[in-house]
Design a protein around this ligand. Sequence first.
Ligand SMILES: *[C@@H]1O[C@H](CO)[C@@H](O)[C@H](O)[C@H]1NC(C)=O
Ligand SMILES: *[C@@H]1O[C@H](CO)[C@@H](O)[C@H](O)[C@H]1NC(C)=O
Ligand SMILES: *[C@@H]1O[C@H](CO)[C@@H](O)[C@H](O)[C@H]1NC(C)=O
Ligand SMILES: *[C@@H]1O[C@H](CO)[C@@H](O)[C@H](O)[C@H]1NC(C)=O
Ligand SMILES: *[C@@H]1O[C@H](CO)[C@@H](O)[C@H](O)[C@H]1NC(C)=O
Ligand SMILES: *[C@@H]1O[C@H](CO)[C@@H](O)[C@H](O)[C@H]1NC(C)=O
Ligand SMILES: *[C@@H]1O[C@H](CO)[C@@H](O)[C@H](O)[C@H]1NC(C)=O
Ligand SMILES: *[C@@H]1O[C@H](CO)[C@@H](O)[C@H](O)[C@H]1NC(C)=O
Length: 474
Amino acid sequence: MHSATILSLVPFLSSAYAAETILGAYVFHRHGDRTPKSLAPTNLTALGYEQVYTSGQYFRSRYLTGSSKINAISEDIVQLTQLDVTAPVDKVLQTSAMGFLQGLYPPVKTVQTLAGGRSIQAPMYQLIPVNTIETGAGSEDSSWLQDASSCTNAKASSNRYFTSQEYSTLLESTKPFFQSLVPVVNNTLDPKDVTFKNGYIVYDLVHVAEIHNESVPSSNVLSNETMFQLRTLADTHEWGLAYNISDNTRAISGMQLAGEILNYMNGTIESGRKGSSTNKFGIQFGAYATFLSFFGLVNLPQVSADFTGIPDYASSMAFELFTNADVSTAFPTNEDLQVRFLFHNGTASNSSHPTVYPLFGGNSNELSWGDFSRGLSEFAVSTTKDWCIMCGNAAGTCAQYSSTGSGNDGDNSEKQSSGHGSISPAIGGVIGASVTLAVVLGALAIAMLFGGFTLVHKKALRDSTTAVNDKTKP
Ligand SMILES: *[C@@H]1O[C@H](CO)[C@@H](O)[C@H](O)[C@H]1NC(C)=O
Ligand SMILES: *[C@@H]1O[C@H](CO)[C@@H](O)[C@H](O)[C@H]1NC(C)=O
Ligand SMILES: *[C@@H]1O[C@H](CO)[C@@H](O)[C@H](O)[C@H]1NC(C)=O
Ligand SMILES: *[C@@H]1O[C@H](CO)[C@@H](O)[C@H](O)[C@H]1NC(C)=O
Ligand SMILES: *[C@@H]1O[C@H](CO)[C@@H](O)[C@H](O)[C@H]1NC(C)=O
Ligand SMILES: *[C@@H]1O[C@H](CO)[C@@H](O)[C@H](O)[C@H]1NC(C)=O
Ligand SMILES: *[C@@H]1O[C@H](CO)[C@@H](O)[C@H](O)[C@H]1NC(C)=O
Ligand SMILES: *[C@@H]1O[C@H](CO)[C@@H](O)[C@H](O)[C@H]1NC(C)=O
């Protein structure tokens, strides 16, 4: 009310207090509805396609055409220098990105006149490359992004969850609960694997069947209450693998995402300063584990415990770089730049918009660029060297950094060597994970033999069953 009065009294000043201008945005997006992980190959479904497409339409109306339009972004015909779209090498994530882009930049008629005056009209789809993450923006420095599960220390850290008190307690106390679910999933999973240890796999199987109204044996077991308990147990399991405040190496995918966001926004700002109109909208598709790791790192569970739950399909988080300064003459100074964070659980649409949340345990919905970039830099991993050091990897691309010796002096190696027993926790954890995988794999092989499932490509099967620990897989 107050500001409205002031504006109406001094209308000639209103342009100085003009509405904010969005200078750039970065969106991290989960894939749409898909088939279950345990029945590889996992596919995006028609519902999933519709979800990401709707979300693309929503972000079109937010950032390309609406009142929060990104300054000087091309509205109808994509300018590839303004947009950067990435997704890991994964069928569900790549196709989700494409579906999203169809909603973001709908078909247009393009006609070209050739030598001799002949005109041709292209098919109307707009062609937008979805870069795989290892060859994405930043090129040379991005090769390490290809697979978070190759990060040795992160894997070990995640696996320490399986040796934690919290985990063992739940594993024991939920045995009867999971036992009651055996008749529901024993077509696919070996009864002895139906425990909290495979909490997410069990949940995923049942959840997908529920969405698609597939007939489930003994479905009478699946009351709303049981479904709720199964979901929250899966949440606890996945959160445990994705984040631990006192051992956060496992959140490497969230750290990488922070690095990506900072790099991209830096590009938005630097290009704006040079007067060029590039690097405006970054879009990345990725897995729920990355959301969870990132939520933990930026302290969102302090805002709501909901952030420790797995985000729904087609969820999105958005980072908006904006200013209240006048942008008509020059690009704003760093002091005039601000960032806000938004999240939407599930498909964003005209009828359900993303919500703003405060980051870093603060209570402000808007951060200065300085505070935002300092906050993310606390844990952001933005170079191959950082990644190699953080992960304790020494082979391949990382070999060049390991000879310095400094790579192993960080607190990560300290954590790894903190075990007092004959076997370090890191090694114990890795063994634990391999056992899990072998067990589930075995169950699937048997299910395929006797259950008549289509035999699947070995690689795809491995992908789907290692998913518990693999932050790049949907
Ligand atoms: C995914 O699609 C492939 C063919 O594209 C099909 O063979 C496979 O059965 C599908 N997976 C599921 C779980 O439906
Ligand atoms: C988090 O890490 C600490 C220290 O390593 C450990 O004591 C605790 O059990 C862990 N919590 C979970 C849920 O993994
Ligand atoms: C699954 O469990 C039910 C009930 O215990 C049993 O009747 C059925 O034979 C089992 N199916 C498989 C494939 O083991
Ligand atoms: C779900 O499938 C059953 C048969 O398998 C059918 O009777 C029922 O109407 C379906 N429910 C919905 C909501 O489509
Ligand atoms: C279970 O949940 C569904 C949808 O949330 C609701 O329609 C249904 O009434 C619930 N059933 C019971 C028994 O509470
Ligand atoms: C962008 O990154 C470069 C190189 O690290 C740095 O010098 C510059 O200050 C950054 N720009 C902003 C706006 O943070
Ligand atoms: C998103 O929804 C799921 C339930 O579908 C819930 O478990 C999770 O906590 C929600 N996340 C947030 C941040 O609201
Ligand atoms: C969403 O709302 C915007 C602005 O109100 C409108 O231009 C757009 O057509 C709507 N999109 C859909 C899919 O309804």
